[in-house]
Design a protein around this ligand. Structure first.
Ligand code: GDP
Length: 400
């Protein structure tokens, strides 16, 4: 079996167990470092399978992609992560693409609806801003759990030349301001369980540009303090930090710990994000993320990739099978799903079926539009959309 087939098989197996899946998005004020962080995660993705000695798994795909020059930022990315120390199951982390600029047309909301958790990036120089407030509020409105990433810490050492006390004060202020937003815009669940805490590890400190990041327990394990980082910048050896504190590891470890799996998340998110009655058969199937339930898909964005119209959607219930007949709720038309793929690394791999809790790339539906809801043809009566019909049609973006 080729490596590629083996990897597809491994991923398909993971997709059957929601406990191994995390659906994640990155958000933040423009320029606070979202693109740099997602680039760093992707660039290091090959290392995510470092425990599989001798097999350069995800990296194969990235190299191939780089050779072929396909843009990798335009669609979703799936990352593979194993705790290197714990003998736990590996994780499939779907990084859902969000609009690069602040957007009130519903595109951010739509992207966030596909995620169960977000990394909110805050520039440590600029601190929490009104744009941070907007994106945190958008996440909380969609019942998406936030994790805080305090970025550009290199600048505190190199440019601002702050002393340790000033840096610690800055961090406390950012964390406090961030938690105020959760308190202000969150529901009861968020207020009681989602406040971030440096001690508990839901705050990551780092430099996306220099590819390092840590949570407080990482410092304790290595017997380091903040002084270690300052010394590295002072003596010009800061490039060594990323091998000891790789940013991808700190981010993905926190994601696995704090972002709920899709089944957990749908148990409380359904009533917030879906317009139907949660007591119906479909409502219950969505809450359970039931792969044997009726098919329900919330579409994110639709793009033209290599001349094909591809929609990215989250399967909230049921199992989507290639060739399956389906109902486009907003458009009110019947269709069939003829092209079905998953994201591997950042490329698409054709598959036969995808169960609930996962993100699918769906092709070949002419009338598909961003934000559409797809239902099983058998359940038209209970077919309620995730978002209501909008009469202004959005242009389809061509990315490759
Ligand atoms: P986005 O608008 O949030 O996607 O921000 P970008 O990732 O494009 O970053 C904006 C600018 O900040 C770019 O010039 C980056 O190189 C820079 N930047 C991002 N992360 C860091 C960091 O950790 N340290 C420093 N010094 N600059 C960074």
């Amino acid at each position: 079996m080729s490596r590629r087939t083996k990897m597809t098989e491994d991923i398909l197996k993971m997709m059957e167990n929601p406990k191994q899946i995390r659906n994640l998005a990155l958000i933040g004020h423009i320029d606070h470092g979202k693109t740099t962080l997602s680039d760093s995660l992707l660039a290091e993705a090959g290392l995510l399978a470092e425990s599989l000695a001798g097999e350069a798994r995800v990296l194969d795909y990235l190299e191939e992609e780089q050779r072929r020059g396909i843009t990798i930022k335009s669609a979703n990315i799936s990352l593979y992560y194993e705790h290197s120390l714990e003998k736990s199951l590996p994780f499939l982390i779907n990084l859902i693409d969000t609009p690069g600029h602040l957007d009130f047309s519903g595109k951010v909301t739509r992207a966030l609806r596909m995620a169960d958790g977000v990394i909110v990036i805050v520039d440590s120089v600029e601190e929490v801003s009104s744009q941070t407030e907007t994106v945190v509020r958008q996440a909380l409105d969609e019942a998406v759990r936030p994790i805080l990433f305090i970025n550009k810490i290199d600048r505190l050492f190199k440019e601002l030349k702050l002393d340790m006390e000033e840096i610690k004060e800055k961090f406390s202020r950012i964390i406090q301001d961030f938690n105020k937003l959760i308190f202000m815009y969150g529901d009861e669940l968020a207020k009681s369980n989602w406040m971030v805490s440096a001690e508990l590890g839901s705050v990551i400190f780092g430099s996306a540009l220099h590819r390092w990041g840590f949570v407080i327990s990482d410092l304790k394990t290595k017997n380091h303090s903040l002084q270690y980082f300052e010394n590295k910048y002072q003596d010009g050896t800061y490039k060594e930090i990323s091998s000891l504190y790789p940013v991808w590891k700190s981010v993905l470890a926190a994601v696995v710990q704090f972002v709920p799996d899709p089944a957990q998340a749908q148990s409380y998110r359904t009533q917030t994000i879906w317009s139907g009655d949660i007591e119906t058969e479909i409502g219950k199937a969505i809450q359970k993320c039931d792969p044997t339930g009726p098919l329900v898909i919330g579409m994110g964005k639709v793009q033209k990739i290599k001349n094909r119209l591809i929609g990215t959607g989250r399967i909230f219930s049921g199992t989507l099978k290639r060739g399956q007949h389906a109902w486009l709720v907003n458009d009110g038309s019947k269709t069939s799903v003829n092209q079905l793929s998953i994201f591997m690394g950042s490329r698409m791999e054709t598959v036969i079926e995808i169960p609930a809790g996962n993100i699918a790339a769906i092709g070949g539906i002419k009338k598909i539009s961003s934000g559409e809801t797809i239902f099983d043809i058998k359940n038209i009566d209970e077919a309620k959309p995730f978002e209501a019909v909008k009469y202004v049609s959005e242009p389809v973006v061509t990315v490759a």
